[in-house]
Unconditional design. Sequence first.
Length: 287
Amino acid sequence: MNRTLEAMAQAIFKSWFVDFEPVKAKQQAKAAGESVELAAMMALSGKPATEIEQLPAVQRASLAETAALFPERLVESELGLIPEGWEWGKFSNLCLLNQFSWKKATAPDHVIYVDLANTKNGEILEVKEFEWSDAPSRARRILTSGDTIVGTVRPGNRSFALIPDNSTQLTGSTGFAVLTPKKTEYREFNYIALTSDENIERLSHLADGGAYPAVRPDVVPDFDLVMPSSDVMRSFHNQCSVLFDRTQQNRNESQTLAQLRDTLLPKLLSGELTIPDAMVQTEEVLS
């Protein structure tokens, strides 16, 4: 389910910011003397005009509002055709790099540590808790909600994740580049752009160091891309934040079930609990 949700967000990103499908649809419709708004609505929804007409009024109005945010034509730029009013720019302008790190004077009593080995393809598989005095020397990066972390050591291993909304303070390895969005509405855009197959492949090619290939943290966000208008960026955030929040909710539920399994299974095997007793405890935890 999580793979499907993230694939949906990636598909929207590609349609809006790589292929410029809503803009192309408007441009073609205008040239043909057809409705540019309807053309963009069809491109955004993937539905034919007949189905769009049958949508509930509120949903149709929301789709029309999103369609209106896109310009009606592509224009020439130094790097090719881009939507009118959008600009080429450095991705690094959208984020802050390694903004916060623990120092001896500010170090907490203990840290909940995220390392590269337990971070894979957008998911933090495991965290480890250490007293500060026992923590690995690389446990220094302060991770905050909305950060994208990307492994700089062997980047082809795809050690990246989006830090969720969580009351738990996480500490990352200095082997991560930690990218903090300058605005909340950049969160999903940043994550998808930074962890795209194209960017991970770019980092893999740039990594050097023989047996320990790595890139400098500042290399991770050092690429060009088309900067959309703030209204389009905000609309993308509103749509995709729902998908990413649901993904995190699924992970939380999965962790709860795993903990429940680890608690109940030994008791069931030892005969300490019967199946009915286990079902009661399960219902109590889930409620």
